[in-house]
Ligand binder design. Structure first.
Ligand code: FES
Length: 122
């Protein structure tokens, strides 16, 4: 049912945790299941230097959280804003149709964290 990449990121998630001196934090919830994802950013010179996440959710939500952190690190904030939930799901070689809604958390939480960074640093 799940691809090898989904299983890899679910069983061995990258960048789990919080960043104590984060300068952008975003949190989103999935209304349909109640799961929550929180993303912490460390941005310097317009580049995302570090990303960490905490996700209280299903395996697909954890795998997409992990993948979105890997995709965002090293990007400019403009590039990171271009990352879509669809792109994250594709980077995992897809999700089962009934789990696509779980991928909606990942890029949305990243975008919220970037918005928070911009609000706090403009
Ligand atoms: Fe809630 Fe997957 S079931 S995010």
């Amino acid at each position: 049912m799940y691809t090898d990449k989904v299983m890899d990121h679910f069983t061995n998630p990258r960048n789990v945790g919080a960043i104590d001196d984060a300068n952008g934090v975003g949190e989103v919830g999935n209304a349909s299941c109640g799961d929550i994802m929180k993303i912490y950013l460390k941005v310097k010179d317009n580049i995302i230097k570090d990303v960490k996440f905490k996700t209280f959710g299903c395996g697909a939500a954890i795998a997409t959280s992990s993948m979105v952190t890997e995709m965002a690190i090293g990007k400019t904030i403009e590039e990171a804003l271009e990352l879509s939930n669809q792109a994250v799901a594709e980077a995992l070689d897809g999700l089962p149709a009934q789990k696509m809604h779980c991928s909606n958390l990942a890029a949305d939480a990243l975008h919220e964290a970037i918005k928070n960074y911009r609000d706090e640093n403009s």
